[in-house]
Design a protein around this ligand. Structure first.
Ligand SMILES: [Zn+2]
Length: 431
């Protein structure tokens, strides 16, 4: 009997079959690819209205990464970019170009950004923007379809395991200030009592031979550690975390970051007033990116056994949300409703929800809490850029996100409900 088992084990090893996959389960394939998208020319930078000049240099490179999953011909593609997001209507032409080249169904494409405020402003508006930015964005439209196509060409048998960690890198930024006249206001600062989502969700993707293929992680923080005085290009906290992970895991593994629901979450430290590199001092974005990256690696190394991933399902819905009048002085048109893109996917026991805008952390936590999946990745700045979405209770307090959102207090609850409806449609109760 013992000999039989030994023979079977040897056969399994010879065939290169991953023992943890259930017999008969459809084979999961994963393909990855990575390209440099660092601007070659000085560009207008995005994220702070006060910053008017062009970038003056590069601190660390910007990258676009593609992860494509396939089971029985069904595909699911994540394209993560070290950019601020796809404002000014740039998500659609990028998505269309990727879909035209690859044949991916629209619902199977999650095109997202890590929201670095130390990167270029993507734009196709030649009248209002610098020519270098338009050239840069047209370059993305040329490059990203090839990136996804090459991930599809590289599809290979792989296993997926999931791990959960925790990180203190993100801090609630809605700080209550009370002045000498006892007048209160919410300012962009640090609020240790405000909610934060500390969860670091990690997908570990290994090749058939057990070598690393990719890591994907989801964490809720702005990538704004370099602050508004910075004119050098960087992926900031999330981009630096990706680079740390790729360096440590080596073997060419791709590390892709998703920005979780972080509309009101900033990195714990922000550089003020300059990029301090004096001996003995670790610059804040490097410090925080390393802290987050090492947590991802820690989770990656202790992640559980690979799961049996037997299905991919996807859904995409464009809903209409109630809009409030634009802020005074804004050139935006007054409308009653604005579109909002929600993308959902299932990869085995994992749920993914892509939100086309900047979402406050309470909204992401509500989606995770109501999700039917074991783990739910909330991916913001995904397939659209509708701006801030804030939960109703914060409208009483005011503050930057509430003042600048285009949506009424009712909108967030609608997004939570629609997201949960989509997730439940991909994993009905009892399945
Ligand atoms: Zn932001």
């Amino acid at each position: 009997m013992k000999k039989c088992w030994l023979a079977l084990v040897l056969l399994v090893l010879q065939l290169g079959v991953v023992p943890s996959l259930a017999a008969g389960a459809p084979a999961l394939k994963v393909g990855v690819a990575r390209i440099d998208i660092t601007p070659q020319d000085p560009v207008q930078m995005s994220g702070y209205a006060s910053r008017k000049d062009l970038s003056t240099g590069v601190h660390d490179p910007l990258t676009a990464r593609a992860l494509v999953f396939e089971i029985n011909g069904s595909q699911l593609a994540f394209v993560t970019t070290d950019l601020i997001g796809f404002y000014g209507g740039t998500a659609e032409p990028l998505r269309e170009a990727i879909i035209a080249r690859t044949g991916l169904p629209p619902a199977a494409l999650f095109l997202s950004a890590i929201h670095t405020h130390a990167g270029p402003t993507p734009t196709l508006d030649a009248e209002k923007s610098h020519a270098n930015n338009v050239k840069y964005t047209k370059g993305l439209i040329e490059k990203l379809p090839g990136l996804v196509a090459s991930a599809i060409e590289n599809l290979q048998p792989a296993t997926v395991a999931v791990g959960v960690g925790s990180s203190p890198v993100g801090a609630n930024r809605r700080e209550l200030r009370i002045n000498a006249k006892s007048e209160s206001s919410i300012v962009l600062g640090r609020n240790p009592y405000g909610p934060t989502d500390k969860e670091v969700l990690v997908l570990r993707i290994l090749k058939e031979d057990g070598k690393p293929l990719a890591v994907a992680f989801d964490y809720a923080t702005h990538a704004t550690s370099l602050g508004p005085q910075n004119y050098i290009i960087s992926g900031d906290v999330l981009g630096l975390a990706e680079q740390v992970i790729e360096k440590i895991t080596d073997s060419g593994a791709v590390a892709a970051a998703f920005a979780g629901a972080s509309g009101n979450i900033d990195p714990w430290y922000r550089i003020l007033p300059g990029f301090n590199t004096e001996p003995g001092w670790t610059p804040e974005p490097v410090l925080l990116g390393t802290l987050l990256g090492q947590e991802v690696v820690h989770v990656y190394r202790k992640a559980a056994e690979p799961q049996t991933i037997d299905q991919i399902r996807t859904a995409l819905k464009v809903i209409e949300l109630p809009a409030k009048p634009p802020a005074a002085g804004s050139t935006e048109p007054a409308v009653d409703r604005l579109p909002y893109v929600i993308t959902a996917a299932r990869l085995g026991d994992q749920g993914f929800i892509g939100l086309g805008g900047e979402v406050l952390t309470e909204i992401g936590m509500a989606i995770k809490a109501g999700s039917p999946f074991r783990h739910t990745f909330v991916i913001t700045h995904c397939n659209g850029a509708a701006g801030y979405l804030a939960p109703r209770h914060l409208f009483v307090e005011g503050g930057y996100e509430v003042q600048t959102t285009r949506f009424t207090p009712d909108a967030a609850q609608i997004v939570v409900k629609e997201s949960l409806r989509l997730l439940h449609s991909l994993k009905p109760v009892g399945e």
